[in-house]
Ligand binder design. Structure first.
Ligand code: PMP
Length: 423
């Protein structure tokens, strides 16, 4: 087949009619599928049912997890997350069910009272800004939007955010921090390089209490035999005396049960002391019984990695199926689309011709497949090029994905043909 961009108007017209007919066929099937969020499928949830029969409630030093107390978490749970995050046990607070809640709380804390290295709360300043690598995680952006930060997009590269730009922007004292998903980034699946980590740790910042929100949501979510990793940001920051800069989080949401897992926060000892003092009026303790269940069930990082192999066995064929559909259906059309090839995480980014992403989402919707709204991976939902789509392969069945990916490809072709015909 000839590539779209080298077709004559006549050829484009013919191709348009052919693809439109295919699209109508899909519409007639009355599909009803949801590829909009990165939720584990039921089969993945079943992998963790063993959690429900864990009944070890007494901690290693006799701590009774059924009772109040131990705000920083059960000691074995702190150690468990310390190993996952590559930090020390006393640098960890094990929280409740959600890392997003912890991130929200961190932004709230900076805004209301500041951190160990703050000389005033952020709220006392006229204008607040936050760096947002794009495309990124929409719920991160929702937090900084809620607190009225001006969100500054920074392009993501395969080795992390554009560090020349980050360094330049971070020199502004009103820039208070940056959102980071260092491993298998949401949504591109990119991996921060050692050099990116070094520059984030060592860069000069205008704000003395600049914060790196280091969201290690996908720290064990490998999809290949290569267990990729990123150097620890806290250890790197210690080398440069910036140890109060990073706030690390992760959770077992996509290891066991989203919404009923365990989340943890790690930071410098000074920040941990500060955060615990601030948390004191809010909570006597988090759900330590669930912390115990998780540690009994998963044991340690090696146990988690074993468990994650079972997730991979379910997820990998779904990712492969989508990439195969893209390669077969979109590659022959030329440069109308490109996509990422993640080695882990939950998403694939599909980049279509500028100005076509919203139309693709609309076409899919009108044929019964719900995608994440175009632009949602950008602050304020604004993808200036209208070119990015976040593909979440985990939830639908393989049979459903088969249909959905074919429809998606037809919709991409149709949207791009419409655009080319308008030109
Ligand atoms: N961070 C990232 C990057 C995510 O993709 C997700 C889930 N989609 C979360 C955090 C949510 O984590 P939790 O369930 O622990 O709140």
């Amino acid at each position: 087949m000839k590539e779209y961009q080298s077709m004559t108007k006549q050829e484009l017209q013919e191709e348009y009619q052919a693809v439109l007919a295919q699209y109508r066929d899909y519409q007639a099937k009355g599909l009803k599928l949801d590829m909009s969020r990165g939720k584990p499928c039921t089969e993945q949830l079943e992998l963790s049912n063993g959690l429900l029969s864990q009944n070890q409630y007494i901690g290693e030093n006799g701590e009774d997890s059924r009772n109040y107390g131990l705000l920083p978490g059960m000691p074995q749970a702190r150690r468990f997350f310390a190993e996952l995050l590559g930090v020390e046990e006393n640098e960890v607070i094990v929280g409740g069910n959600s890392s997003l809640t912890l991130m929200y709380y961190m932004i709230d804390m900076g805004w209301r009272v500041g951190f160990a290295d703050s000389d005033h709360p952020w709220r006392t300043e006229e204008k607040l800004k936050f760096l947002c690598p794009v495309p990124g995680y929409d719920r991160h952006f929702a937090i900084t939007e809620y607190f009225d930060f001006e969100m500054i997009p920074v392009p993501m590269h395969e080795d992390g955010p554009d560090m020349n730009l980050v360094e330049q922007l971070a020199a502004d004292p009103s820039v208070k921090g940056i959102w980071c998903v260092p491993l298998y980034s949401n949504p591109d699946g990119y991996i921060y390089s050692a050099e990116t980590v070094r520059r984030l740790a060592s860069m000069k910042t205008g704000a003395p209490d600049f914060k790196i929100i280091w969201d290690d949501a996908y720290c064990v979510h490998h999809l290949t035999d290569e267990l990729c990793s990123v150097p620890g940001i806290l250890a790197e920051c210690k080398k440069y005396g910036t140890q109060d800069r990073p706030l690390l989080v992760c959770s077992t949401s996509k290891v066991t049960f989203p919404g009923a897992g365990v989340a943890a926060l790690a930071a410098s000892e000074a920040n941990i002391r500060h955060i615990l003092a601030q948390m004191a009026p809010m909570a006597i303790s988090f759900d330590k019984m669930n912390q115990m269940r998780h540690v009994s069930f998963l044991k340690n990082k090696a146990g988690v990695l074993e468990h994650m192999k079972k997730h991979r066995a379910i997820l990998e064929p779904k990712f492969e199926l989508i990439k195969k559909a893209f390669a077969q259906q979109l590659s022959p059309c030329g440069s109308i689309a490109r996509w990422t090839d993640p080695k882990g995480g939950y998403f694939i980014s599909l980049y279509v011709m500028d100005g076509c992403a919203k139309r693709v989402v609309q076409l899919c919707k009108e044929a019964g497949v719900v995608l994440t709204p175009a632009g949602s991976a950008y602050p304020y939902g604004n993808d200036p090029q209208d070119h990015h789509l976040r593909i979440a392969p985990s939830y639908p069945t393989v049979a459903e994905l088969e249909q959905a990916s074919q429809l998606l490809c037809v919709s991409v072709r149709l949207a791009c043909l419409e655009k080319l015909l308008q030109a």
